[in-house]
Structures are given as C-alpha cells and as structure tokens.
Design a protein around this ligand. Structure first.
Ligand code: ADP
Ligand code: MG
Length: 622
C-alpha cells in the first residue's frame, strides 16, 4: 500500500489562503504567472545542481514548461521537468512559509485588492495564489535523482494530503481544478496572451499544444509550440526593442504594477564584457530600508540565470535599482563565495555604479522634474553613498538635494547653493535637526536670515552620517552653524567685527555670572553673534558630535561621549538685560536655569528635570 498522510497548514498559511480566496480576486492572471515562474525556477535549480552531477538530468536536459488545459475536466496544468520535490520539500515548501516575509505581507495588506495582489509577488508567496482561481490544487512531482514520486493536494480548507504515487517523468505538474466561475482560463488564446505578457524573458521555452479547427470544433493536436520569446530582452539590440517591451520586462522582474521611472540598457565591451539592463522604479518599495534583504539585481551568465546578486553587483546606496546583469566572462557555476572576491565582479560593480550615477546626473540636468520625483522617493538612500563609496563621493555629492532656509522642498544642490552664494561667503552652511520644522525654526538661523545667507536644512536621520563623511564640496567647506565659533569670515565687515568685540567686552561680567550659576551643566557660556531674536542657544564644539546625533545615538541605545554644550547668550535680549539687574541669588539661578532649559528645548532636546523647569516657569508666571 502506498503511503498517504494528512497534514495541517501552518497558521500563517491558513491566514494567507483565506486572504487569497476571499479578497485577492482582482488580478487573477498572477496565479498563472506565479506557477510559470516557479516552474522556470525549478528548471534553473536543476541546471545549477546538474553542473556538478549531470546524472540528475536522467537523460533529459531539454528543459521546458508546458501549459495545458482540459475543458471537460475544467483543469489547467502547468508541467515542468525541473528539479521536482520529495516528501519533505512538499511539506516545507507547500505547507509552511519559511520566510518571515509573510508576516510582513499580512501587515502590509492595504485592503485594496489590486495593490495587495501586487504584494504577493514581492513577498514570494506565489504558489498559494493558485487558490484564487482553483478550488482544488494537486501537485504531482518527482525529484531529480529520486525514484519515489508524490502527490500533494488541497482544497485550501486548512489541510493538505500527501500520497506516494507512480510518476515516471522527472519534475512537477501543478493541476488546478478551476472554480466554476473561472472557466475563462480554459482558453488557448487567453493563456497564450498571459504567457507572452509575463514570461517573455524566461529563457526556457514555455509551450502549449497546438490546436486546429476540425468540423467547427477546436481540437488539440499532439504537437507543442513555444509561446514565449526565449530571446532574453537584454541580449537583443536596443533599436529593436520597443519601450513597451522594456516596461513589461520591468514589471515581470520587479512585480511592480507601475512603469519604471527610467531604464538604461547598456553593453560593455573590452576587458570585462557584460550587458546591463537597469531600471529605476517610480516608487520606493516597502522594504527599501531593509539593507539585508534586497534582491534587486539578477545575475545571468551568458543568458542563464545564476542568482540574485544584489550588493555584490551594486552598492547598498543604489539598492533601489532593479535589473539584470549578464556577464560573458564569469563561469556558470559561480558561487556566492567566488563572487565575494572576484576582481571581475568588482569591475562589473564599479562599472555599473558609475553608469547609474552618470545616468542620474544626466537626468538631473535634462529632466529636473523627473529627477525631483526620483529624489523624493530614493534621496534618503542615495545619501548613504558618500559614507559607503569613497571613490564616487564627488559624483554622489553632486546628486544630493536639500531643503534650505529659502525652500521647504529638498531641491537645492551644492552647485546651485554655491552659485547663489554672496561673493564673500566661503563655506556651505547647514544645520541638522530631527525635523524640517525644527531646523527651519532653529534660533541658529537668525543671523543668517538677517544677512540673507542661505542655510541648508538637514533633517533626515541619515544626514548626520552624510555630513560626517562629506566635509566639502568643490573646495568649499561644509560648515554646521551650530558647531564651534561662528566665523562668518569675510561676510563680516571690519566695523562689524569691532562691534562684536565691543559687545563681548561689555557682556563679560554677566556671562561670567551665568556660568557661575550654571556650574558644570555647561562647558562654557559665551556671547552669541548668531541670535537676533532669541535670548540664548546651544552650540557644540567644532569637533564634538551634534546635539541631534547625540539624541539619535541615545535613542538607538548607544553610548555617547560626555559632551557638555556651550551656552551662547544674546546680551541685546530683554531677558538677558533683565538678568543683569538681578542680584546673584536664588532668583538669578532660576532665571539662568530656565534660559538654559529653553535653549535645550528649542533644539528639540529633552530636559533632565522637566518638572523643575515647569515649576520655575510657573513661579515667573504667577
Ligand atoms: P517562491 O517561488 O518565492 O519561493 P512560492 O510560493 O512560489 O515562493 O513557492 C514556494 C516553494 O515551493 C518554492 O520556493 C519551491 O521550493 C517550491 N516549488 C513551487 N513550485 C515548484 C515547482 N514547480 N518545482 C519545484 N519546486 C517548486
Ligand atoms: Mg514563486
């Protein structure tokens, strides 16, 4: 007696199946797309394993996928002669979801059928989508090199059955018993168009039986024909490829429902030869910030898919780029380890990186609006660049865009900033803060507003890392306006400098009194030249980390260097003038302490003793 067992789906799978059946019915074609893609993956896997052991072919190395239907039985069958599955594979692959991705998938469900259907592909829960159109799915499969075959079947009711069966041919047949209202898929023409739409780039043939009209009846012939264009799009001449084809290929590659923002198709000849077809998506994917998990670039070797090779072929800060790289020179059985330290791969990576950066540069010059929309989706990722890629720092820096004291939109480049600089300005001024609003309203900006000098407002988290690795642009120093002594260089006239000295002298005694009162809560108290409206602000030493970075690090649970702020006070402000008239007693101490606390708050910082602050202020208010 052949063995038969009944097993339960993992809880997540049950949830997922429920979703498939009850809510994801808007784009049913994806079920067929997913099954063909699995069949094609299975032949890729076999080819890969057979590199070391060609017995696995069992004499049949002519890899292909056959799509067939039976209008009487109302079934649709997708057959491949790929790697196949044994019993454990069936349980593990078609009974559970190994990846943590599913949880995320469920969390990302928007309730919008169309969007959610697109998520299916991204999360790799493809097989289960067959239940969108099928009431029962049967998988008959025999693993290469293994004599025993199995069938798996389920009606998506919480359990599945596995039986030992007889099956001579290697590989897998997935048989969909279609729901009564899904008969539209029993149609040769419809199936052909789906195959062309989604599978043109698949490099093995996807075949169907030919049909013929005989006495008004469509009869299936024994003869197979190949439906897809197995001529991988990137290997064709650019001039022969229509924009629509590029776009369809992108969609099948990325599971994006939108057209790409731009694409670049390039053949590199010379010492290393490769073809790249790279796409910029319109919208950032949900997992853009997941640095571990991006499979954006597919590596082919002479048209044969080898692996998802992401960061080996493209730097992390360009991980939003999707596409294909096809190398002429690599060996077919490259492993991840070999990719790790192959000079060939390094040279491809460096070529591809330069190519993407220069394409972005061209877009920014020729299509600034398009570039702006690219920037708003992917700018934060590109900002990781200068820290990661020393060699291309300059070209990356040219691509960066910032908000500034003149505009809320991140649209100012270093170049346009420099162009607008007054002739006597020597540095590029910026401020970092944890929100655009905080940066925009920072007291540090006061003097710059008065002098009409533009300041870049950096409020993305990554900005702190950016400025820690990018110190200048085109010979101009990047200068934080909240660090060190404010030196406006030639922007101050001699008279203004003399005036500053005078103010400092006059305020010397009040400054000393405040320092005495605050004790070691601050490193130093100084007269400010930054403020026009506020009584005080905090600055850090030229080489200390900024208050903003200190807060980011603390929030991430990292220790930070003991970094006491410098308090700068504005002797022209009423509050400081008032302080000059108060004697050094408890009231003076309360005033000083409130001024310091307010400077901390204005920066977006947190008080050590918020209640103490509130009590003091209340005393003044009564
Ligand atoms: P993914 O393809 O993203 O891994 P799927 O849900 O589409 O996710 O498939 C789950 C797994 O089932 C695959 O990874 C593969 O191991 C296995 N599988 C599905 N279809 C086939 C097939 N035709 N031949 C061999 N294995 C398959
Ligand atoms: Mg799949």
């Amino acid at each position: 007696m052949a063995k038969s067992e009944k097993l339960n789906f993992q809880t997540e799978v049950k949830q997922l199946l429920n979703l498939m059946i009850h809510s994801l019915y808007s784009n049913k074609e994806i079920a067929i797309r997913e099954l063909i893609s699995n069949a094609s993956d299975a032949t890729d896997k076999l080819r890969f394993e057979a590199l070391d052991n060609d017995k696995l072919y069992e004499g049949d190395s002519d890899l292909k996928v056959i799509v067939d239907f039976d209008s009487k039985a109302n079934t649709l069958t997708i057959t491949d002669n790929g790697i196949g599955m044994d019993r454990d594979d069936l349980v593990n692959n078609l009974g559970t979801i190994a990846r943590s991705g599913t949880k995320e998938f469920l969390a990302n469900m928007s309730g919008d059928n169309k969007k959610d259907a697109n998520l299916i592909g991204q999360f790799g829960v493809g097989f289960y989508s067959s239940f969108i159109i099928a009431k029962e799915v049967t998988v008959q499969t025999r693993k290469a090199g293994n004599p025993q075959a199995y069938s798996w079947s389920s009606q998506a009711d919480g359990e599945f059955t596995i039986n030992e069966i007889e099956k001579e041919s290697r590989g897998t047949s997935v048989i969909l018993k279609l729901k009564d209202d899904e008969k539209e898929f029993i149609d040769a023409w419809r199936l052909q168009s789906i195959i062309r739409k989604y599978s043109d780039h698949i490099s093995i043939p996807i075949q169907m039986y030919k049909t013929d009209m005989k006495k008004d009846e469509l009869v299936k012939l024994e003869e197979l024909e190949t439906i897809n264009n197995t001529n991988a799009i990137w290997t064709r001449a650019k001039s022969e490829i229509k924009q629509k084809e590029y776009e369809e290929f992108y969609k099948s590659l990325s599971y994006d429902s939108e057209e790409p923002l731009a694409y670049y198709h390039n053949r590199v000849e010379g010492k290393t030869e490769y073809t790249s077809l790279l796409y910029l998506p319109k919208k950032a994917p949900f997992d853009l910030y997941d640095r571990e998990n991006n499979n954006s670039i597919k590596l082919y070797v002479r048209k044969v898919f080898v692996m998802d090779a992401n960061e080996k072929l493209i730097p992390q800060y360009l991980r939003f780029v999707k596409g294909v790289i096809d190398s002429q020179d690599l060996s077919l059985n490259v492993s991840r380890e070999i990719l790790q330290d192959s000079p060939l791969v390094d040279s491809i990576k460096s070529g591809v990186t330069k190519r993407v950066l220069s394409s972005l540069q061209t877009m920014s010059e020729k299509e600034p609006e398009k570039y702006q929309s690219f920037w708003s989706e992917f700018g934060k990722v590109l900002k990781e660049g200068p820290a990661e890629d020393f060699a291309n720092k300059e070209s990356i820096a040219k691509l960066l865009r910032f908000a500034s004291s003149n505009t809320d939109e991140q649209s100012v480049s270093f170049e346009s900033y420099i162009k607008k600089m007054p002739k006597d300005q020597e540095s590029i001024y910026y401020i970092t803060a944890d929100s655009h609003q905080a940066a925009k309203n920072s007291p540090h900006l006061e003097i710059f507003k008065q002098k009409n000098i533009e300041v870049l407002l950096l409020s993305d988290r990554v900005d702190e890392w950016l400025v820690s690795s990018l110190h200048e642009f085109d010979g101009k120093k990047l200068q934080s306006i909240a660090k060190g002594d404010l030196d406006l260089g030639k922007l101050d006239t001699e008279e203004q400098k003399a005036e500053k000295e005078k103010i400092e002298k006059e305020a010397k005694s009040i400054v000393e009194k405040i320092k005495k009162s605050l004790g070691d809560k601050v490193k130093e108290v100084k007269v400010t030249h930054r403020l026009t409206n506020s009584p005080a602000c905090l600055v850090v030493g030229e080489h200390d980390i900024s208050g903003n970075l200190e807060r980011i690090l603390k929030a991430a649970g990292q220790s930070t260097p003991e970094n006491k702020p410098i308090l700068e006070v504005n002797p022209n402000h009423e509050l400081i003038k008032k302080l000059e008239k108060i004697e050094e007693n408890q009231l003076f101490n309360d005033y000083s302490s409130v001024i310091l606390d307010q400077a901390i708050l204005a920066e977006g910082g947190q008080l050590d003793d918020p209640i103490g602050y509130v009590n003091k202020v209340n005393k003044f208010l009564i």
